[in-house]
Design a protein. Structure first.
Length: 255
């Protein structure tokens, strides 16, 4: 296959339904080129577009990307400001195209700390694309896994306070329903670029049984070949969910 041609999904390959990505390494990518960090973030937006296209091609139902963590406010104020600007302009630029591709866009995280204009754009993008069904594209912004669990617990406690629920009724399923992404299948594949092997407070609850894939490739360099390699690695794994290998093989044989 010539390199310019996008890879096609092989029907025989098991594809993840939901992919979650920590897009890391933008700053280092820029530094290697003696460019300001924001140039790396801008190049990173192109990688998001590429991966989105590939998810649509492969029939993947959900893509969730970590764009800004609750800890990223600790960065220099100038970088934070530029990241907010980039988020706003990228949303404005991309949303129509996403809509045309039947993509549902959603932002998870505490958006109350964002500039009002950005909050409005987020709401508009969500409203415009709410009925789309080819792919759910979730951007985690001012998101933290601990924040997510905390907000779910707070809302549950409020139900108990109002007398709608007894504490003894709280189960994993019930709590799960209050978390962000409650309506999506849990991520099957987690990818982190940029060489770091940590979760950095991303989807703590939802990653309980996700397959992890780490690569040294910096996010702006993460191309179609890279994503294909990640999905191939996923396809080669046996997911046992606590069972033995023999049980899984028997179950597969029965299908
Ligand atoms: C990830 O790239 C993007 C964000 C956290 C916004 P980084 O900015 O963390 O890049 P490195 O890790 O410094 O290379
Ligand atoms: C994680 O990347 C957050 C995002 C990609 C948005 P960081 O680069 O901020 O993570 P740490 O601080 O190195 O763990
Ligand atoms: Mg980083």
């Amino acid at each position: 296959m010539p390199a310019s041609q996008p890879p096609r999904s092989q029907p025989s390959m098991v594809m993840p339904r939901h992919v979650a990505i920590i897009m890391d390494g933008n700053g280092r990518w820029a530094r290697q080129r003696r460019m300001p960090r924001i140039a790396g973030h801008r190049a990173g937006v192109k990688s998001v577009r590429r991966v989105l296209e590939q998810c649509l091609e492969y029939g993947i139902e959900a893509l969730t990307v970590f764009a800004f963590s609750t800890e990223n406010w600790r960065r220099p104020q100038k970088e934070v400001g530029l990241l907010m600007d980039l988020f706003l302009t990228s949303l404005e630029r991309e949303v129509q195209r996403l809509h045309q591709h039947d993509v549902r866009v959603r932002i998870i995280g505490d958006r109350s700390r964002f500039p009002a204009k950005l909050q409005n754009r987020i709401a508009e993008a969500e409203r415009l694309t709410a009925g789309n069904s080819a792919l759910t594209f979730t951007i985690a912004a001012n998101y933290g896994g601990r924040w997510d669990i905390t907000q779910a617990v707070r809302r549950l406690a409020e139900s108990v306070e109002r007398g709608e629920l007894r504490a003894g009724q709280i189960s994993e399923e019930l709590l799960q329903g209050y978390l962000e992404l409650a309506d999506l299948p849990e991520p099957d594949l987690f990818i982190r670029t940029g060489g770091e092997q940590r979760v950095s407070n991303f989807l703590l609850w939802q990653l309980a049984y996700t397959e992890f894939y780490f690569t040294d490739t910096l996010w702006p360099d993460f191309d179609k070949e890279s994503f294909l390699a990640a999905t191939e690695s996923f396809a080669a794994r046996e997911r046992r969910f606590g069972r033995t290998s023999e049980q899984v093989e028997r179950q597969q044989g029965a299908q």
